[in-house]
Design a protein around this ligand. Structure first.
Ligand SMILES: Cc1cc2nc3c(=O)[nH]c(=O)nc-3n(C[C@H](O)[C@H](O)[C@H](O)COP(=O)(O)OP(=O)(O)OC[C@H]3O[C@@H](n4cnc5c(N)ncnc54)[C@H](O)[C@@H]3O)c2cc1C
Length: 279
């Protein structure tokens, strides 16, 4: 085993959260040392792993993006590769990428009260070779996301093994999957299903969505009217900031409060919202 490497902070994961934490640490504690340990070979986590047709954000990047580097692209609901570029560029602009150790998977964390520090066991895979390393730190930040990177969440569907067609999980979409003129059934009606359906229907012969419980769908144009107007007389950063406030206070709070207060009016609120905002 290599000599133990010591830092003030260890961040586990180089997705959007890990990059954000690194920026905050650099800003607040410039004299402290940190390292980002990333199990995969790339930055971006979610936005590199998921490659299914039509992949995009669910929320507006004015709220999902970094406050210290506001989103200035024309579209607010962005596709996966644009988000990935934004995360990579941010890491590079602020020198965060130099602190990342790729192919370093944290497998164990032990806290010692006596020494006042964490000791992390890390698997460093290069090709077929696996090396075990140890890192110590006073603070560990887990920016590891919320799902299993190695295995998509499976649901039990009795009889699915007898199905003669191909079964695909969106977490591992085959790069060469040709669905031209095919009949496709999407099981589920959450955000992934709503993203997939319009994208698949451009080439498939028929796409059917199977849903257990209905959800509300709110149509939102790619570039909102408000954004178009503001862009005529305000700088990009101001537009981003204004849309951030608009999104938080109107889209989220007002719609949530009205829907809770009077669920039957939710449809009316959503319709008004979609024509009035959608930034
Ligand atoms: C299609 C899709 C659309 C989404 N849209 C939105 C949206 O619009 N708004 C929103 O708020 N959320 C959205 N989400 C949720 C999204 O995943 C999170 O908001 C966000 O990207 C998570 O970032 P993260 O950095 O916390 O985690 P992740 O992106 O999951 O990154 C975690 C990183 O940690 C690494 N890691 C994990 N375990 C270890 C370990 N033991 N050792 C070392 N490294 C490790 C992983 O390899 C990965 O790189 C979406 C998710 C999907 C799949």
């Amino acid at each position: 085993m290599e000599q133990t490497q010591s830092y003030d902070f260890v961040i586990v994961g180089a997705g959007i959260s890990g990059i954000n934490v690194a920026y905050r640490l650099q800003e607040s504690f410039p004299s402290k040392s940190y390292v980002i340990l990333e199990a995969r070979g790339v930055i971006g986590g979610t936005w590199d792993l998921f490659r299914y047709p039509g992949i995009r954000s669910d929320s507006e990047l004015h709220t999902f993006g970094f406050p210290f580097r506001p989103w200035t692209h024309e579209v607010s609901i962005a596709d996966g590769s644009t988000i990935l570029d934004y995360i990579k560029e941010t890491a590079s602009i602020y020198g965060i990428d130099k602190h990342i150790k790729f192919h370093h998977k944290v497998t164990l964390a032990n806290w010692s009260s006596q020494d006042g520090k964490w000791t992390l066991d890390v698997e460093n895979k290069t090709g077929t070779e696996v090396q075990t390393k140890q890192f110590t730190a006073k603070f560990v930040v887990q920016a590891t996301g919320y799902y299993n990177y190695a295995q998509g969440l499976e649901t039990v569907i009795p009889g699915i093994k007898n199905f003669k067609g191909q079964v695909v999980h969106p977490q591992f979409w085959p790069e060469d999957l040709d669905y031209t003129n095919k009949h496709i059934v999407i099981i589920g009606s959450g955000a992934t299903a709503v993203t997939l359906l319009p994208a698949l229907s451009t080439k498939a012969s028929r796409v059917t969505m199977l849903q257990r419980s209905p959800s509300y769908i709110m149509p939102v144009p790619k570039i909102g009217k408000l954004k178009k107007i503001l862009r005529n007389f305000l700088p990009h950063l101001w537009v981003s900031f204004f849309l951030f406030l608009w999104s938080v206070f109107f889209s989220t709070l007002v719609v949530f409060c009205l829907s809770s207060f009077s669920p039957s009016n939710e449809k009316i609120v959503s319709e008004t919202h979609s024509s009035a905002t959608s930034c």
